[in-house]
Design a protein around this ligand. Structure first.
Ligand SMILES: [Zn+2]
Length: 91
């Protein structure tokens, strides 16, 4: 199970920052993160964040992880897998 870092987007200034919470993707999915306080390192505003507010990031690679669908328009950029089949050369 990959370790994930929980990031949030600041409700005041929009800066994405690391909440320093580390958990497993499955643990996060099952867990209830109802209201946690996090302080934005950029503007210093302390706000409560719910489970849907967290942006999961792979703790090792920093790559965004999609665990729950929140319908966020700021979804992570997903690179589609490159097909293994070579292009056909019709002659
Ligand atoms: Zn902020």
């Amino acid at each position: 199970m990959p370790r994930v870092a929980l990031h949030v987007d600041c409700k005041r200034c929009g800066t994405r920052f690391d909440t320093a919470i580390r958990t497993g993707a499955e643990s996060f999915r099952r867990g209830s993160f109802i209201a946690n306080y996090h302080r934005c390192p950029d503007c210093g505003v302390r706000e409560t964040y719910r489970k849907a507010d967290y942006r999961l990031t792979d703790a090792r690679t920093g790559v965004p992880v999609e665990v729950i669908s929140t319908g966020s328009p700021r979804a992570a950029t997903v690179v589609p897998p490159v097909p293994e089949t070579p292009p056909e050369h019709g002659e």
